[in-house]
Design a protein around this ligand. Sequence first.
Ligand SMILES: NC(=O)c1ccc[n+]([C@@H]2O[C@H](COP(=O)([O-])OP(=O)(O)OC[C@H]3O[C@@H](n4cnc5c(N)ncnc54)[C@H](OP(=O)(O)O)[C@@H]3O)[C@@H](O)[C@H]2O)c1
Length: 181
Amino acid sequence: MKINCSVYIATSLDGFIAKPDGNIEWLHDPSFTIEGEDFGYSDYMGSIDALIMGRNTFEQVLTFGDWPYQKPVIVLSSKSLNITEELEEKVHLTGGSPVEILDWATKKFGYKSFYIDGGTTIQRFLSASLIDQLTITKIPVILGQGIPLFDKIANDLRLELIDLIKFENGFVQLIYQPKYK
Ligand SMILES: NC(=O)c1ccc[n+]([C@@H]2O[C@H](COP(=O)([O-])OP(=O)(O)OC[C@H]3O[C@@H](n4cnc5c(N)ncnc54)[C@H](OP(=O)(O)O)[C@@H]3O)[C@@H](O)[C@H]2O)c1
């Protein structure tokens, strides 16, 4: 069974996915809104079976109030987390190596296509050569400091640029496929 893992994420021009405290309000600056444009998000969400996200991203999502996902969410943590009754059916908690996590999710639920989310989580899946495609939307803002999308990696990773889309609000979306050795 072919498993597909992909990333859909936004970064500042200097490569941060959030401010040092996890804040992502800079992403939702009203001046970035383009009427009727979702930057490919709905099509992308329609293409995946489930999300796999790190605990830090999950905790940030919980601050939004309303649960934003229609698809099941697998939250990764080495700790036990309190999942509210409302989310019990929608959120599954697990941990382990990326290979073990995918194995568990495919056997238990039959999912084949995963949205990998959260900086550390993406780095771990990339290091395990498990990310098939990355859609990175560069936001025209420099934060100076924050949580990086890419931190330390053991070896250089070459990527193939599949597409580049420029939006009138200054967003630039880059679609890459890693070229693992
Ligand atoms: N700009 C964007 O589009 C975007 C998208 C997503 C997220 N974000 C932001 O990015 C920030 C979070 O990113 P992050 O790099 O801090 O981390 P993250 O990947 O969301 O979470 C990292 C945590 O996930 C757990 N984890 C990850 N892999 C695991 C594994 N294989 N097994 C067990 N646990 C595992 C660990 O939690 P434990 O310590 O509990 O073990 C780890 O500390 C948030 O502020 C979020 O809002 C931004």
